[in-house]
Design a protein around this ligand. Structure first.
Ligand code: SAM
Length: 232
């Protein structure tokens, strides 16, 4: 039965192929179909993370805080002081669609781990599907729970914590709680890396970190402040 069916399919395919070979219209249609599909897929790939990010912003504008993902220049600038050789655990708050995750993974050692924590479940689902790297763990949760999350994954402390959180628009009390938990979870010599559109983010760090380096990055939409709070 199966053989008959396969044979019938073979005949249909052969006849279709013949029709295409002898019919210029059919030929044009056939070459158009894969091109249109390729174009559609290319556009989806190109706008994929952007589309996802914009949808996330429309759904939760206060929590996402920005409509444009970070620029490659900002990413390089923010990650420059990281000592990758001595990094076993890197934590990121608010990864969104993973703009920083990929550059962090590129720089990280083969046996290091990146834990990315976001309150937006859509972003976490997207990251789990999109980033296939055994060193990467996407967690749906709040940065305020970083200590429990780090312990649940078998670590005592983090070497670096990076934050893209919109500190100034977070609900009251959340920013200070996150800054305090981050200071506790970092190992001595580690750092809290923060990029923010408002200088006020420094106040959250200053309550815990004595040494704070800062910079400003113009090549980003919008330009933003960078802070590195070093743990003694
Ligand atoms: C400005 S977006 C960051 C975008 C991304 N990191 C980039 O560089 O393009 C802020 C992100 O923080 C997340 N977020 C907000 N509050 C959070 C919290 N308490 N814990 C973890 N993530 C949070 C939002 O869901 C959003 O994905």
């Amino acid at each position: 039965m199966r053989d008959r069916h396969d044979f019938a399919t073979h005949l249909t395919n052969r006849n279709n192929a013949k029709a295409i070979m002898t019919n210029p219209r059919a030929q044009a249609q056939q070459s158009k179909a894969p091109l249109a599909r390729r174009l559609r897929e290319g556009l989806k790939r190109f706008f994929g993370p952007w589309g996802m990010f914009v949808r996330g912003f429309i759904k939760h504008p206060v929590m996402v805080g920005s409509i444009v993902p970070s620029s490659p220049t900002l990413i390089r600038h923010m990650l420059r002081p990281v000592d990758w050789k001595n990094t076993r655990l890197f934590v990121e708050y608010g990864p969104g669609v993973g703009t920083f995750c990929r550059p962090v993974l590129e720089r990280m050692a083969g046996d290091a781990t990146l834990i990315a924590i976001d309150t937006n479940e859509d972003f976490i689902d997207y990251l789990r599907k999109d980033i296939r790297d055994s060193r990467f763990i996407a967690v749906h949760g709040s940065a305020a729970d970083v200590e429990e999350i780090v312990r649940a994954h078998g670590f005592e402390q983090a070497d670096y914590v990076l934050s893209g959180l919109p500190f100034s628009t977070l609900p009251a009390g959340v920013g200070p709680a996150i800054a305090a938990a981050t200071h506790r979870v970092l190992r001595p010599g580690g750092a809290f890396l923060v990029y923010q559109f408002r200088a006020r983010a420094r106040d959250f760090l200053a309550a815990h970190f004595k040494r704070i380096d800062n910079a400003f990055e113009w090549v980003n939409v919008p330009p933003c402040f960078l802070f590195w709070g070093w743990k003694d």
